[in-house]
Write a protein that binds this ligand. Structure first.
Ligand SMILES: [Zn+2]
Length: 112
């Protein structure tokens, strides 16, 4: 893995985010998965799609139609600050030599 190619998103797995555009606008959910290489995130309960799943007995999958979250563009979500509980932009600050994410609204650190 090349560190220099490593991109980072403003959201991370486990963040609480609000969808800001599209059919799920206003929906709040947790980030199930962040995909920095594609600039996308999978948000719990948002951007649901129905997919045909092929049966795979080896993996215990019966097959059929399954509902699942499709990745959203990371620019379509905003982090909901755990401190002020508002959708907010993130700024990066260096604290004790560590890069941390800070809420632009209340100034609280998002990563503990
Ligand atoms: Zn805040």
């Amino acid at each position: 893995m090349k560190e220099s190619n490593k991109k980072s998103l403003h959201v991370k797995t486990g963040d609480r985010v609000i969808v800001t555009t599209g059919k799920d606008k206003g929906k709040i959910g947790n980030v199930k998965k962040a995909i920095p290489s594609e600039n996308k995130v999978v948000v719990e309960g948002a951007n649901m799609v129905t997919k045909a799943q092929k049966p795979n007995p080896m993996a215990g999958i019966q097959g059929g139609l399954v509902k699942m979250e499709a990745p959203l563009d990371s620019s379509n979500v905003m982090v909901v600050c755990p401190s002020c509980e508002k959708p907010t932009k993130i700024k990066h600050e260096i604290k004790d030599g560590k890069k941390v994410r800070v809420c632009k609204k209340c100034g609280e650190q998002l990563d503990v």
